[in-house]
Design a protein around this ligand. Structure first.
Ligand SMILES: [Zn+2]
Length: 151
């Protein structure tokens, strides 16, 4: 080989760990003819010498590690469901279940209703009176709770 032997203080191309690029480095330490420690001329960091060819090979297992890390299930917490909130329809079904729909009282603004009775509304259908107030009733319908005027 006619290659000039390098020695400490010479410049050499090395893969900089900080700059993550093949850059000019100054040789800091050598073992025999082997360059072991280099100092980056760009960022000034000192690290083990990594020639271009070896750096490529060294990157392979790293990439595999990154891939397996990325494959980790990251949605473990995102997939957790909250306590299910009952839909209006589910609440309605449960409310009217113990009652006989045939006994539903037709809703009228001029009538009075007692709580826990079924009413039949021309628009909302069958509902259960959940609460009564002066001149108003709160009825659970399939489409949700409604306030209706009463006598
Ligand atoms: Zn550097």
């Amino acid at each position: 080989m006619e290659r000039r032997a390098v020695s400490a203080g010479d410049n050499i191309d090395s893969q900089c760990t900080r700059c993550k690029a093949l850059l000019n480095h100054t040789i800091v330490a050598m073992v025999g003819t082997l360059v072991v420690r280099v100092k980056c001329n760009t960022c000034g960091s000192e690290h083990n010498h990594r020639p271009a060819k070896e750096a490529k090979e060294a990157r392979e297992p790293k990439a595999a590690v990154t891939r397996s890390t990325a494959a980790k299930p990251a949605r473990a917490t995102a997939g957790r469901t909250k306590t299910p909130v009952l839909s209006d329809e589910a609440i309605w079904e449960e409310a009217i279940a113990p009652h006989d729909p045939d006994k539903a009282v037709p809703y009228s603004m001029n009538a009075t209703f007692r709580s826990n009775t079924l009413v039949s509304h021309p628009t909302f259908g069958i509902g259960l009176v959940a609460a009564t107030q002066a001149g108003k009733i709160e009825v659970v319908f399939k489409s949700g709770r409604k306030l209706l005027r009463t006598a």
